[in-house]
Structure formats: C-alpha cells, structure tokens
Ligand binder design. Sequence first.
Ligand code: SAH
Length: 228
Amino acid sequence: MRIDILTLFPEMFAGPLDCSIIGKAREKGCVNINIHNLRDFSSDERHRKVDDRPYGGGPGMVIKPEPIYKAIASIDSHSEGCIILMSPQGERFNQEKARKLIKRKHLILICGRYEGIDERVRENLVDEEISVGDYVVSGGELPAMIVVDAITRLLPGVVGREESVKKDSFSEGMLDYPTYTRPAIYRGMEIPSVLLSGNHLRIEKWRREEALRRTILRRPDIIKKDRK
Ligand code: SAH
C-alpha cells in the first residue's frame, strides 16, 4: 500500500513512523509512506507562505487551496477516491474504517493546520474526511499518524502473528481479554489460576468470557447484533 501525507510539519512524522511496527513495515516494503511539505508548493518563493487571513474576518489563518492542489498534482499515481482530509468534522475513525481502508492501494492524507483549509479544497478535491474523535487538536499530523498506524498493523505480513491483530479490541465486536505475564505472584497479587492450568480449552473459554464480560460492562455499544 502507498500512503502520501501532505503537511506543513514533516518533521513531526520522524519517530512515530520510523520505529517499531511501522518502521519495520516500511523497511520490509509492506507500506510505502511519503511525506510532502506543503511549503514546497507555495507560489511565494521568498517566504514560502501557504496561509492567509479568512475572508469575512475572524481569528486565525486558513491554508490556501493552491499548495494543496499543486502538491496533489505532483503525486504521480492517483487512484480513484483516495484523497482524505483529516478533519474534526469528518467521519469518526474506528477499527472497521481501518479495515475498509486497507483494501485501497493508495491513500493521500491532507493535514490541516491553523483554522483549517480553504473550503473549496474540501468541496472539489477531497474524496472523504476522517476525524479521530470529537475533540480538536492543533493539526492533522497526529490524527494522520493514528490512521496510518491503525491501517499499517492490519496489512499482511506486518504484525508477526496475525492472530494477535485478529483478537485485538474491536476486531470482532469485542474488547480484548485481560493479559498477565511473569511473575505469577507480584506483591501478593496472583494471576487467575486457570492460566496456569495448561488446559487450553479452559483457558480459551475463560478468555472468551472475560472479553465478553468487560465488553458488556464497558462498551455494550460495540457488541455485534448478529453475534451468536
Ligand atoms: N476550525 C476547525 C479546526 C481546525 S484544527 C474546526 O473547528 O473544524 C486544525 C486542523 O487540525 C484541522 O484542519 C484538521 O486537519 C486537524 N484536526 C483537528 N482536530 C482533528 C480531529 N479530531 N480529527 C482529525 N483532524 C483534526
């Protein structure tokens, strides 16, 4: 899969997209991520300005349409419907959306800043808008990283044991079961004895029950209606 990210702060992506699971996925070629600096597409060569004051007045600055149009034109291979704007006004991102997005060959993520981007970009260029939740952060970079991470870990060959992704919270309309590791007793706190029983059927049943119990308690809204 190819992902292009348009941003005013390319340096923010170094780190989160370079290490651990995402870094290895990039090294292995499971995902090809390219970061583009919108300032490289400014028509103002001296100050590389990409924003201006809002028409009609009001606070803050708005990203102009031109650098975004030019940046997108510079990306060679486009597939239909791949341009996504990060926006608190978009469709709320979740695991199901991540699973839908991995079916695409190519995604272009636009990160807004300041008061946002010129509305004409949203109306005429953008195919869809994604929000990471009902709160406002300062720019689309952290939201884009969340989307890229959630998608990349679902791509084939990225997470070593694929069952580990399949049993993750939200994957089957359930939260994940509780996990423990050594030592079996820490500061007097014991792990559930079933986990030491060596009886895989019992362990499996316990895990299913615990996952269901906590899903009912914490997130009854995610339980699939058609679940048997
Ligand atoms: N005035 C805008 C918010 C601007 S915040 C509004 O109220 O709708 C600046 C940029 O941060 C946005 O353009 C968007 O790209 C990004 N952003 C902020 N919150 C976000 C969220 N919850 N999900 C995705 N992107 C977000």
